[in-house]
Design a protein around this ligand. Structure first.
Ligand code: PMP
Length: 407
């Protein structure tokens, strides 16, 4: 079923905003963060207006209500990504924290000097730096799957690296620069055959197409609420129960304990073992409303809409002289990074902003990937369910204006 984008746009108050002198906003920066529909904003406001209390601690009505709302979302998230149980859903602040959690708990206890972690050249800094920090501390070796000129992972290199018996393989489901959707299921299967565990960065996948962690057989899977219509400050770590159970806690404090003595403590059961302190309760409620919204539209329909829109954008952008798109138009998501002749990406973004079009310019937290392509920065347009063909036309118009100004 096609999406009714006009109706969807009207669900997002910010998309009715005008930029500068009455120019309607075209928001093409959803890879950085998505906009929020009114239902998400309302769910969070309603929580604060009627049910606000701390969770897991009180016996009064509000505390029970807040705890119920907070825990119901865990079931919703488990169902959304087809986890076996809500015990496998750990609440974090974002994808970044989810990956750090795995590095600092599983990594610290299971890796030893000389062990290998396989990453890729297309990773976001949040799937590089946590492993670099751990590698420096524990004297581990990091190896990298190379990226081809077409922006795909070199699977031959991956297979060769697996022959070195790494302990962990960690890579992104979809690149936030190239739009490449990696063959995750196949790569996980190969990693398991080589005896490695797998951590998948799902920041750009879960918001945009159906993800089934059990079908993928991922060991760990991370994503952020703010990129999927939900609030900032809230993220998810999925982990297989057996693995999470054997891992030590991440941070210490309230809620993550069963018993505390002056000199020792007994950790709580899953999932609370990893959730120290008062969490982001309203944000959990907001994510629940976001998932309801996404599911009502259907993740398959959202994926199809973005696929068609991206194809259209690819075709239109390819017609522009001196515009180079990074990545191949083949099984890719709605992220298009490009270069426009010798015009600096910041200038492109600034000119587009003058015409109400919000795109991103810079290294998009993927400096090594840009270095690989020999450029410091790119311009990036990214799409979501509320973007229309007219939005793409406005983008093309804006780029043509930028070309003329500098050409
Ligand atoms: N990985 C990828 C592929 C991303 O695109 C992003 C966000 N740009 C992240 C990780 C980090 O997400 P967050 O900042 O929400 O932790």
């Amino acid at each position: 079923m096609g999406l009714d984008v006009k109706k969807i746009k009207s669900d997002f108050p910010i998309l009715a905003r005008e930029i500068r002198n009455g120019i309607p906003l075209v928001y093409l920066d959803s890879a950085a963060t998505s906009q929020k529909p009114q239902v998400v904003i309302d769910a969070m406001t309603k929580y604060y207006q009627f049910s606000n209390a701390n969770i897991h601690r009180g016996v009064h009505t509000l505390a029970e209500e807040a705890t119920g709302m907070y825990e119901d979302v865990r079931k919703k998230v488990a169902n959304f990504i087809n986890a076996k149980s809500e015990k496998e859903i750990i609440y974090t602040r974002n994808t970044t924290e989810s990956i750090n959690l795995v590095a600092q708990t599983w990594g610290k206890t299971n890796l030893e000097e000389g062990d290998i972690i396989v990453l890729t050249e297309m990773e976001h800094h949040s799937n590089l730096v946590p492993w670099q920090m751990l590698a420096a501390e524990k004297h581990l070796n990091l190896e990298f799957v190379t990226v081809t000129d077409d922006g795909l992972l070199n699977l031959q290199v991956y297979k060769e690296l697996l022959e070195k018996s790494p302990k962990l393989v960690s890579f992104t489901h979809m690149s936030n620069v190239l739009g490449t959707i990696n063959p995750v299921k196949e790569m996980i299967n190969l990693a398991h055959q080589a005896g490695a565990l797998t951590m998948i960065d799902g920041a750009q996948s879960v918001p945009h197409f159906p993800v089934d962690v059990r079908d993928l057989d991922a060991d760990f899977y991370a994503f952020s609420a703010h990129k999927m219509l939900g609030p900032t400050g809230f993220g998810i770590l999925y982990g297989k129960e057996k693995l999470l159970d054997a891992m030590p806690p991440f941070m210490g404090g309230g809620d993550m304990i069963k018993k505390v003595l002056l000199r020792s403590f007994k950790p709580n059961d899953l999932p609370h073992k990893f959730e120290a302190g008062t969490p982001a309760i309203a944000e959990a409620v907001g994510l629940g409303a976001a998932i309801d919204y996404l599911q009502a539209l259907g993740m398959d329909n959202i994926a199809l809409h973005e696929h068609e829109l991206t194809n259209y954008a690819f075709q239109k952008l390819s017609e522009i002289e001196n515009l180079i798109i990074f990545g191949k138009n083949n099984n890719r998501g709605g992220v298009i990074a490009f270069e426009l002749g010798i015009i600096h990406p910041h200038d492109v973004a600034q000119i587009l902003d003058r015409h109400g079009i919000a795109i991103r310019a810079g290294h998009h937290c993927a400096m090594p990937l840009h270095e690989k392509f020999g450029i410091p920065a790119t311009s990036r347009a990214s799409f979501y369910l509320y973007n229309s063909y007219e939005d793409v036309d406005r983008l093309v118009e804006g780029i043509n204006i930028a070309s003329d100004l500098f050409g």
